[in-house]
Design a protein around this ligand. Structure first.
Ligand code: C2E
Ligand code: MG
Ligand code: MG
Ligand code: MG
Length: 280
């Protein structure tokens, strides 16, 4: 009954809901509106190769340009969206916008740039994902290897994520990374069995390097694991040169963090890459 009455259900149930729940439904409705009104934007944070310190790819991070509240961060968007199919719609918008922007950068001469998109587990349970991605790559003339999907460890152990689905994507040449690596229930067998290309060491393990011996041990263990399994390893959340020294010494492939660059608007990425020596 409530379902068939669509969006009016919010008003209908309002008196019975706790304040928290009604606030949540209100936020959900605002997010739908934001999508319709095109208020989401993407910022991009570059990832740098450890070998030459040049930008290899950028990670797309969602922002909400709110008409009254200003720029809002994912913490105001994702937790609310995750609980409904809204996450699939927002996630698909992010994918499409990221592909559109990569096409613009490529037309500006940044032909080697890759793009990483954060994926929600809900997007993987949508059977149309592979088709959508194929369509976007085709529409924007992008090589499959320029697109990287970031998934979290919880996606891997959940039955919702069909391994066949991941394999299908991987077969088309897209690369897959595990985000926030080390914070979930790291499942070593999934590293062995699934088509994964990259591990991103979570910021929580990077933060206190080189002072915290445990964090140093965890980070170097992840780097060793990546090397043995032939996976690239990226460190997230780098803020200090001492962290870079440690990570460099332990064979980290790529760096990402405020020390190198905050997430920025697309134009800044163009500037940054063009200012690097002999880009082509
Ligand atoms: P994430 O994918 O692990 O992204 C990295 C987050 O760390 C970003 O926060 C980034 O701004 C922040 N960060 C990067 N370098 C540093 C640093 O040096 N120091 C500190 N303190 N922070 C740093 P942001 O943009 O707030 O995003 C938070 C999370 O929201 C992301 O974590 C990701 O899980 C999620 N997210 C963002 N965009 C999307 C999206 O389009 N779809 C989905 N499903 N999730 C998204
Ligand atoms: Mg990420
Ligand atoms: Mg992360
Ligand atoms: Mg994180």
């Amino acid at each position: 009954q409530a379902k068939s009455s669509g969006r009016n259900m919010y008003a209908y149930y309002h008196p019975c809901l706790t304040q928290k729940a009604s606030h949540f439904l209100m936020r959900e409705r605002e997010l739908y509106q934001a999508l319709e009104r095109n208020e989401f934007i993407l910022h991009y944070q570059p990832q740098f190769s450890s070998s030459d310190r040049k930008v290899t790819s950028v990670e797309a991070l969602i922002r909400w340009q709110h008409p009254e509240k200003g720029l809002l961060f994912p913490s105001e968007i994702i937790p609310v969206a995750e609980s409904s199919k809204l996450m699939v719609e927002i996630g698909n918008w992010v994918l499409a916008e990221a592909c559109r922007q990569l096409n613009v950068w490529r037309s500006e001469g940044l032909s080697d740039l890759g793009i990483a998109v954060n994926m929600s587990i809900r997007q993987f349970s949508d059977a149309r994902l592979t088709k959508l991605i194929d369509q976007l790559l085709h529409q924007y003339g992008l090589p499959a290897h320029s697109l990287e999907l970031e998934i979290t460890e919880s996606c891997l152990q959940d039955d919702l994520v069909d391994n066949a689905h991941l394999r299908e994507l991987e077969k088309s040449g897209i690369s897959i990374s595990i985000d926030d690596f080390g914070t979930g229930y790291s499942c070593m067998s999934s590293l062995k069995n699934l088509p994964i290309h990259k591990l991103k060491i979570d910021r929580s393990f990077i933060k206190d390097i080189p002072h915290d011996k445990n964090d140093c041990a965890i980070a170097s263990a992840i780097l060793a694991l990546g090397k043995e399994l032939n996976l690239k390893v990226v460190a997230e959340g780098i803020e200090f040169p001492e962290q870079v020294d440690f990570l460099d010494a332990h064979g980290c492939d790529e760096f990402q963090g405020f020390l190198f660059s905050k997430p920025v608007l697309p134009g800044k990425i163009t500037e940054l890459i063009k200012s690097q020596a002999n880009y082509h």
